[in-house]
Design a protein around this ligand. Structure first.
Ligand code: NAD
Length: 282
């Protein structure tokens, strides 16, 4: 983001409302991209944050330092969200250190792209394991903790709140990425079914579906001027999304301001799902 007067830059400078004061939150895949921005955004809104990561610790430690500088608590935990034992361990550590969790963002995800006939079973399984099974394991552990703890009405109206990171590709088919699109379509039905099951407990489960956001996962789509111009044809809003655009939507869905919202997907995509190719014809 070089233009400091761009809409995205101006938004980034706006303070977050203190809607998550007293909250303990956990964000998976929080050492980079959307997860990193979300962990920082939740801290700016008043939450203490567990930063889950996989691989080198440096990125997660940087996020933790930024959160600490904001006056909030941060805790980094390495865990592969696709592994049941690792997710259970992560929650045990988070609960030991923070006492409980009120808000969980199931964000970790990856791509293993390939033409359909060339796609290996390993590419398929890897994407399903992280993007779908990882969200199942994370969400299940979160709901178990909300039920164990019971209400804390001085902190939040709901028993607990979850945001699943989906994608516009839960509705837009994506050739060359069949595994990824299938995993995101799966998140949609998983999220809504969990939301239906736990709504009577006043646990809210929602999803955010980002469009094209400037992160490492889609570097090739925005890194060169040619790629960026081609990308803009898909975005009526006329700019790529920034990770903070997503963080603000997540913060709202985790706050009591959205207390009557559950089972919803909030598209944060600059209009990508408005099918801009039909604006002048079709
Ligand atoms: P990213 O690559 O920066 O972030 C993904 C994070 O998940 C990384 O930090 C990675 O280390 C982590 N991760 C991967 N496998 C993991 C595992 N097994 N256990 C724990 N963590 C793991 O990319 P991003 O764009 O920030 O992606 C975040 C989420 O947003 C993903 O679910 C992605 O599908 C979704 N999304 C991104 C875009 C976009 O345009 N960037 C669009 C739609 C949806």
């Amino acid at each position: 983001m070089t233009d400091t007067n761009s809409p995205a830059a101006r938004l980034a400078q706006r303070p977050y409302a203190q809607t998550l004061t007293g909250h303990k939150a956990l964000v998976t895949g929080a050492s980079s991209g959307i997860g990193r921005a979300t962990a920082l955004g939740l801290a700016r809104a008043g939450a203490d944050v567990v930063i889950n990561y996989i691989g080198p610790a440096a990125g997660a430690e940087e996020v933790a330092q930024e959160i600490t500088a904001l006056g909030r608590r941060a805790l980094t935990i390495a865990a592969d969200v696709a592994q049941e034992d690792a997710v259970e361990q992560m929650f045990a550590t988070a609960l030991r250190e923070f006492g409980t969790l009120h808000a969980v963002v199931s964000n970790a995800g990856l791509q293993r792209d390939s033409g359909f006939t060339e796609m290996t079973l390993e590419q398929w399984n890897t994407v399903m394991a992280v993007n779908l099974t990882g969200q199942f394991l994370t969400t299940r552990a979160a709901v178990r903790e909300f039920k164990r703890r019971g209400p804390q009405e001085d902190i939040t109206i709901a028993l607990g709140k979850i945001v699943c990171m989906s994608s516009v590709h839960q509705v837009i088919p994506w050739g060359g990425h069949v595994n990824y699109a299938a995993s995101k379509g799966g998140i949609n039905m998983m999220m809504r079914s969990i939301a239906q099951e736990v709504a009577p407990l006043h646990i809210r489960v929602n999803a955010v579906a980002p469009g094209a956001i400037r992160t490492p996962i889609n570097h090739d789509a925005w890194a060169t001027p040619e790629a960026y111009q081609a990308l803009l044809k898909l975005i009526p809003n006329g700019r790529i999304g920034e990770p903070d655009d997503i963080a603000r939507a997540v913060a709202w869905l985790l706050s009591d301001d959205s207390d009557y919202v559950t089972g919803a997907t909030l598209y944060v995509d600059g209009g990508m799902t408005l099918y801009p190719g039909f604006a002048t014809g079709g």
